[in-house]
Design a protein around this ligand. Structure first.
Ligand code: NAD
Ligand code: 0WE
Length: 270
């Protein structure tokens, strides 16, 4: 067991399909102790289920839209684990639904942009500020989840692409800022996975199908595969890695034109 005796705070569980659920599962399997957080009473029940399944020490409220909530959460974490923690997982993203469907220039608004950046990008910095003293005590690390829409255009991802670009920049600035305390900061860039955050996205089925056709592994990735990569980045095996974005996407991001796409019928001569 890779993480025996280590302690992690995991945010972002909303259902059994959540990437954070699979990360908590993998951390538990490797012997880690967990504190799980939930943003509101609606989601609390799901997090209670996860806490039972993964034998978590406790669950705590943490709405990243609210500094007082974050502070109260990490006050309770420091009371429970007085000599520090080994990691914090940030698996949170949100934009108002209407921002994620349609022409970017048309649908993007000031308010939508503010919410997307606040909840999906700034919140990672806020968690870093709140957990810094706890992480420094044990040379812990921070981990967040991002998506390739930060760097290249994927239809309808829209303002979330802007927010993920900001989130990825925050990974590098936090890594630089916290490196002197021995704290590492990394991200996993996951391929598309059917979760609550994918429900209601009109073109999601198509995204999964196209990914399968372009990715070198010719398939999509699972939550469990992201969970295993998270274990690695949070573990001592990754002690030399910080400021890194690790793709867990079946290789999709490495390909511009796949062999399958070359075989498609075109009017061209050959
Ligand atoms: P999910 O819906 O299960 O998780 C999103 C989480 O964000 C939920 O648990 C929700 O409660 C939480 N959240 C929203 N607002 C919050 C707030 N104010 N305070 C605290 N928590 C809040 O979906 P998921 O796909 O597991 O998403 C987790 C992360 O993975 C997100 O950052 C997402 O962008 C990223 N990601 C997802 C995919 C995918 O295809 N599913 C791919 C790459 C990256
Ligand atoms: O980061 C994400 C999810 C982003 C997301 C999803 C929702 C749906 C529910 C943010 N906010 C909301 N708000 C809601 O009300 N992903 C990487 C998954 C995702 O979302 C897409 C994708 C992919 C992939 C949106 C459009 C196109 C592709």
């Amino acid at each position: 067991m890779l993480l025996q005796g280590q302690r992690f705070v995991v945010t972002g569980i909303a259902s059994k399909l959540s990437i954070a659920w699979a990360i908590a599962e993998a951390l538990h399997r490797e012997g880690a102790s967990l504190i799980l957080t939930y943003p509101n009473d609606k989601i609390k029940k799901r997090v209670e289920m996860a806490a039972e399944q993964f034998n978590a020490d406790m669950i705590l409220a943490c709405d990243v839209a609210c500094d007082d909530s974050i502070e109260a959460c990490f006050d309770a974490v420091s009371e429970h684990w007085r000599d520090g923690i080994d990691g914090v997982v940030h698996a949170i993203g949100f934009a108002p639904m209407e921002q994620l469907n349609g022409d970017f220039t048309e649908v993007t608004t000031r308010e939508g942009s503010q919410i997307a950046h606040d909840i999906s990008a700034y919140s990672f910095v806020a968690l870093a500020k709140a957990s810094r003293h706890l992480l420094a005590q044990r040379h812990g690390s921070l981990l967040t989840l991002t998506y390739e829409g930060s760097s290249v255009v994927l239809p309808n991802y829209n303002v979330m692409g802007m927010a993920k670009a900001s989130l990825e920049a925050s990974v590098r600035y936090l890594a630089s800022s916290l490196g002197k305390e021995g704290i590492r900061v990394n991200a996993i860039s996951a391929g598309p996975i059917r979760t609550l955050a994918a429900s209601g996205i009109k073109s999601f089925r198509k995204m999964l199908d196209i990914n399968e056709k372009i990715a070198p592994l010719q398939r999509n990735v699972s939550q469990a595969e992201v969970g295993n990569a998270a274990v690695f980045l949070l573990s001592p095996w990754a002690s030399g890695i910080t400021g890194e974005i690790l793709f867990v996407d079946a290789g999709f991001n490495t390909v511009a034109i796949s062999e399958q796409l070359m075989l498609l019928d075109t009017p061209a001569s050959d």
